[in-house]
Every structure is written in C-alpha cells, then in structure tokens.
Design a protein around this ligand. Structure first.
Ligand code: ADP
Ligand code: MG
Length: 326
C-alpha cells in the first residue's frame, strides 16, 4: 500500500460537517470556528516503547493517540472540533492500519472530533495528533485561575493506569490479550483505553477556577496548577477513591504512590470555590463521572499530602519526566 492509498483509506472515514470548508486532500484544511469562541489547540505524540508497550494492539494505539489529546481539550473546558494526524510508520501494513484507524475513529466519532489533515512518513512507529476545540474566552479552564480557599477535586480513580503498567512490568498482566480476570481486564482497559473527560470539562465551565488533566501523576500535575496560581495544596490521602482493583493489587499504603504519582490516568484535577461544592457534584453527575474532593488550596507553595492520621506524607518519587536523569 503506497502513501496515497493509505491517505485515501483514512480520508474515506471522515464525515463532512458545516464548520469544515475543506478537509483532507488539499495543502491545508480550511476551518471556520464559530463567532465569539477562541480556538484551543494542543498536540501530543506517542512513541512506541516509550508511551505504550510494543505489543499494544493497534486499535488501542489509535484510541490512545487521540485520547491523550482530547484529554487536554477537556482540561481546558474546550469543545472538541477538529484534529490532524501525523503518522510515522515503519512499514505500510494495511491490517495494522485498519485496526489503528478503527480505534482512532471509534473515539473520534464518540467525542465529535473530525480528522481534517495530517502527514504520513516512513520511520520508527510514532503517532502525533494536533487537536483543536473551541471555548468562550472567559470560560477556559486555565491553570492560573485557582484562588486560596478553593477545594481541590479529582475525577475517576487515579492510580489504576499506573497499577496496570506496574503489573505489566512484573509480567502479571498481558496488555495484548483480553483478561479472563475481570479486575485485570478493568486495569488493562484503564491503561490502553483512557476515557477523556470532555463532558466533565464542558460541565465545569463557569464552575471550576482552574483545571489540568492528570497525565504525569496527580501530585506533579496539580503542582503545575499550584505554581501557576501561586498557591499550595493541602491534600488528604484518605479522600482519594479506592477501586476494587486498587484494593486487591495495592491495598492501603501500597496504593499511595500509585494514586499520587502514577501517570497515564487522563482524569481531570480541578479547583473550585468551596461555595460551588454542590454545583461541582451536579456537573459531575450530569457528565456521568465520579469526582472526589481531596483537599484545599491555600497561601504558600507545593503539594502537601496528609496520611489518615493527619501526619505529613512525602511521595517516594515525582511524576514522569522524559528528560530527568536516570
Ligand atoms: P503535502 O505534501 O502538501 O503536505 P501530503 O501528500 O502530505 O500533502 O498530504 C495530502 C493530503 O492528505 C493533505 O490534505 C494532508 O493533510 C492529508 N494527509 C496526509 N497524511 C494524513 C494522515 N495521516 N491523516 C490524515 N490526513 C493526512
Ligand atoms: Mg504533507
């Protein structure tokens, strides 16, 4: 399969829509954002062996390539609209590409984002998406909007993706095969098919004061909000949700490093005024996502954890940093 038939196969799967004047096939796409909204743009790359295990099924690679970008739009409160896809492929394997596209388009269709262009080259397996969305300028969920006294919230169950990765590294979870054990299968899905929280991000417009998506670890990512907002976070380990899978494979204290430092969850961590507590719960319910209030922001700096007895607890490691010395 040559580059052009490959692009044609991808293009055949994209639908027309009113805000796309010209999609795949010309030198650029021509796009028409609605009046009164600003464009939110983000890019994220997945490299084989770095961002996913080499044996990851192609469908899941397609899903996750888009999911990590949708997660950034969610964290900004932006409505997903368009994306581009830059593919670096070691060879043109039509079976692999079909499965990859199945995964990518399954999520794209569910999220209402349309592929409008991209680039295709030969090289080590690497997938890069640029995602675009819209948000009214005053309602974007920026990192620098938090205030002292705001409550800190997190969606979903942080730590599950990192637990899945740890079990895979220990040879206890095969990421390439459906698991007979339902808890192991839950964990496998959490690692390979993250659910970007776009509905929650939209519902939190006008309620949350700041937001970030949890890709590198809850503490590290919340640390960015603290730094940009000039505040400190006081957080309770006992307030973090514990799922059946976490309880079984990493009970009690064993879970803390995963919950506070594990990456790849693609949950939202956000702040909101204490007076908005019930509105946050209603927004989360409307989005169909569980959220937990895990602490507060106050004057100072850094992210500080307290154990269930009220003692300070220091995480064993920071979030994932590609350029940290080994
Ligand atoms: P150019 O050389 O002008 O960049 P290309 O041959 O790279 O054009 O691409 C032709 C068309 O196909 C362009 O509209 C481009 O956006 C689109 N395209 C190329 N690769 C992809 C891809 N992986 N996914 C989606 N669209 C693609
Ligand atoms: Mg090109």
């Amino acid at each position: 399969m040559d580059e052009f038939s490959l692009i044609e196969r991808i293009a055949a799967r994209t639908a027309a829509r009113a805000d796309i004047m010209l999609g795949i096939g010309d030198d650029c796409a021509l796009l028409a954002p609605p009046a009164g909204q600003v464009l939110a743009v983000t890019a994220d790359t997945l490299n084989a062996g770095v961002h996913f295990p080499l044996e990851t099924p192609a469908f899941d690679i397609g899903w996750k390539t888009l999911a990590v970008n949708l997660s950034d739009l969610a964290a900004m409160g932006a409505r997903p609209a368009w994306c581009t896809l830059a593919l670096s492929l070691p060879d043109s394997d039509p079976v692999w590409l079909e499965a990859f596209a199945d995964g990518l388009f399954a999520l794209a269709d569910a999220a209402g984002i349309t592929l409008v262009g991209g680039d295709t080259t030969r090289g080590p397996l690497s997938l890069s998406v640029t995602a675009m969305g819209w948000v009214p300028a005053t309602q974007a969920l920026r990192r620098d909007g938090a205030c002292a006294g705001d409550q800190v919230w997190v969606s979903g169950v942080p730590g599950e993706a990192a637990l899945a990765l740890a079990l895979w590294q220990q040879g206890r979870l095969d990421v390439a095969a459906e698991q007979a054990d339902p808890l192991l299968e839950t964990l496998r899905q959490r690692l390979l098919r993250p659910s970007p929280r776009n509905a929650l991000g939209l519902a939190l417009r006008g309620i949350a004061s700041a937001a970030i998506d949890v890709s590198d670890g809850l503490g590290a990512d919340l640390g960015h909000v603290c730094q940009r907002s000039g505040l400190a976070a006081q957080l309770q380990l006992a307030a973090l949700p514990v799922s059946p899978a976490l309880a079984r494979f990493a009970a009690g204290e064993q879970a803390w490093p995963l919950q506070t430092g594990g990456g790849d969850d693609y949950e939202l961590c956000f702040s909101a005024p204490a007076a908005a507590h019930d509105r946050v719960l209603a927004a989360a319910a409307s989005a169909g996502v569980a959220v937990h209030c895990i602490g507060r922001l106050q004057a100072g700096q850094g992210v500080h954890w307290q154990d269930p007895a009220g003692r300070p607890w220091l995480p064993p490691r920071r979030g994932y940093d590609h350029f940290a010395s080994a």
